[in-house]
Design a protein around this ligand. Structure first.
Ligand SMILES: Nc1ncnc2c1ncn2[C@@H]1O[C@H](COP(=O)(O)OP(=O)(O)O)[C@@H](O)[C@H]1O
Ligand SMILES: [Mg+2]
Length: 224
């Protein structure tokens, strides 16, 4: 399946409030200016069915959602998005940007919730048809800054567009987010050829430049 694709698959990862969504939109604009066709997608969601599942996952009222249900719902969204949206776009030669992908499940459910990474990788094999990101940008930031940013954003979003906050995950204890951040950095250290760590603490423009530098290297290699 994946060998017929011509496009490039780039994912954004990082804890809530690190700047993923902001940076993905900026990268998309920059790539479009450079003449590339770009599909922006996000998790959980990305398709009409995925958006319905997203409501269950992020509803702060669903505190009783058990860790296994949560894991399977994330992969239900992902399977739908891979088949319906991501693979078709890659076959058409587009650059696909995704705000979160399997790495999020590895660190949040595998490590954060303690389900183990093996079960996450097994579900990935079932749901993703061999699709792996060509490049993953890990926007790394300290917990204090990310929480301050996420809370400021969510205050605005609760009035405007509730669907785009990460409410239920936000409500986790600080210790959970620390473990997730650490797991992300370990994942990056284990796969340096795929995962580039970007320092998310600078202003939006300087983070954007760091993202662009990483993507330009990859574009240079694949789109000569
Ligand atoms: N580099 C930055 N400096 C300051 N504020 C930022 C920066 N990047 C993003 N923000 C703001 O912080 C909040 C969280 O950013 P967002 O892109 O939504 O993060 P994420 O998608 O990783 O949760 C938003 O309100 C955004 O405008
Ligand atoms: Mg976001």
């Amino acid at each position: 399946m994946t060998e017929t694709r011509r496009g490039l698959f780039i994912t954004f990862e990082g804890i809530d409030g690190s700047g993923k969504t902001t940076q993905m939109h900026r990268l998309a604009a920059r790539l479009r200016e450079a003449g590339h066709e770009v599909l922006e997608t996000y998790e959980p969601g990305g398709t009409p069915i995925g958006v319905q599942v997203r409501r269950i996952l992020l509803d702060a009222a669903n505190q009783e959602l058990c860790a296994t249900s949560e894991l399977l719902l994330y992969f239900a969204c992902r399977a739908q998005n891979v088949v319906q949206s991501i693979l078709p776009a890659l076959r058409e030669g587009k650059i696909v940007l995704s705000d979160r992908f399997t790495d999020s499940t590895l660190v949040y459910q595998g490590v954060g919730r303690g389900l183990g990474t093996e079960v996450v990788l097994a579900l990935d094999r079932i749901c993703c048809q061999g699709l792996r990101p060509d490049l993953t940008l890990l926007v790394d930031i300290d917990l204090e800054t990310s929480l301050a940013r996420a809370h400021a954003r969510n205050r605005t979003l609760r009035q405007a567009d509730h669907a785009f906050s990460e409410t239920r995950m936000d409500d986790q204890a600080a210790d959970f987010h620390q473990r997730v951040r650490k797991a992300y950095l370990e994942l990056a250290a284990g796969e340096p050829q795929r995962v580039t760590v970007v320092d998310g603490r600078g202003d939006v423009a300087s983070v954007e430049q760091a993202v662009w530098n990483a993507v330009a290297v990859r574009l240079g290699k694949l789109h000569v």
